[in-house]
Design a protein around this ligand. Structure first.
Ligand code: BDR
Ligand code: CA
Length: 314
């Protein structure tokens, strides 16, 4: 299996992504770092430890990452989307496990040595920890096989502002650092994540399982389904982080993902956090720009919701 370092702001869809990664035989989660985003980095770490405990995966190190972002302090989270505790206000039994003694950036650097050339980095929150790791060790990219990041909006409107997606908007400088580093990046933006959803019937399949962890995932999704009524006109949810997890695990090959230059707007203007992808001339057929190592996923034509549920229930 591919060794994966997961960086997250757990988070309801982060929880679904975690459930998928733990169940997928294609990957082994070798470490998790948390960052402020949907909730504080500390609360995200607590949620992650508790979820891992419920899932019987206490052995995976969870490291506390950045509370504040590179150019501004933590902005207060997204309780209206993810609940006050980040996981839909569901009470998950407390894990006796504690966070790792290392910071998230230190854990990532350590894992890049241990799994040199093989480590896959998957970010599903603001990219602050990755920026810190790149700053602490500029040789990091040479030991990482690939980076998959849920974030940005290439042609679609944003979700946190008219122009920008939440993970990038929460730390545009960090997203820019991740994209500019010398490694292969797969960016999974709103353009494609909003196209993939989970149905009430699929949530019901999780709720009907006899494993407490799988049931908890179904319960946690309830809050998220309420939030998405305004977007989709029915109880469902977007599969932002889970789609990035599926792509990282090789569970699907994107139908269209050109390698194109991406610039992040780091200004404080109305475009803050916008991911400006050079998609000129891409309408007919995907065409890679020479020397560019960032591919932007624009199309995935597989039933992701079904694949997720099937994998989690297996
Ligand atoms: C992203 O922002 C967070 O709210 C979600 O967990 C996801 O990572 C979507 O914009
Ligand atoms: Ca997230």
């Amino acid at each position: 299996p591919i060794p994966v370092y997961l960086d997250c702001d757990t988070g309801i869809d982060d929880t679904v992504a975690l459930a998928y990664l733990l169940a997928s035989p294609a990957v082994e989660v070798v470490g998790i770092g948390t960052v402020s985003g949907n909730t504080t980095a500390a609360q995200a770490a607590r949620n992650t430890l508790d979820l891992l405990h419920l899932a019987g995966h206490d052995g995976i190190p969870v490291a506390l990452g950045a509370h504040d972002h590179l150019d501004h302090p933590y902005g207060g989270g997204a309780a209206w989307v993810h609940g006050e505790n980040g996981i839909g206000d569901v009470e998950v039994p407390h894990s006796p496990a504690e966070v790792d003694t290392r910071s998230a950036a230190e854990l990532l650097i350590d894992l890049s040595h241990r799994y040199a050339g093989r480590l896959h980095v998957l970010t599903i929150g603001p990219m602050t920890n990755i920026a810190h790791a790149l700053e602490q060790d500029p040789t990091l990219p040479s030991r990482v096989a690939e980076v998959t990041a849920m974030g940005g909006a290439a042609l679609a409107p944003g979700n946190i502002s008219p122009a920008s997606e939440a993970n990038v908007h929460n730390d545009p400088q960090a997203a820019a650092a991740l994209i500019e580093a010398d490694w292969d990046v797969t960016l999974v933006p709103l353009d494609v994540t909003l196209e993939h959803t989970l149905s009430e019937e699929q949530r019901g399949m999780l709720l009907a399982d006899d494993r407490p962890f799988v049931r908890a995932v179904g319960e946690i999704l309830d809050h998220y389904f309420d939030f998405y009524v305004t977007t989709y006109g029915r109880r469902t949810c977007a599969l932002h982080d889970p789609l990035a997890a599926v792509i990282a695990a090789g569970g699907v090959s994107p139908a269209r993902a050109p390698r194109v230059p991406v610039v992040v707007d780091t200004s404080w203007g109305p475009g803050r956090g916008q991911t400006i992808a050079d998609l000129r001339g891409q309408r007919v057929a995907a065409r890679d720009h020479e020397g560019v190592r960032t591919r932007v996923v624009l199309e995935v034509d597989a039933p992701i919701g079904a694949h997720l549920v099937e994998t989690i229930l297996a």
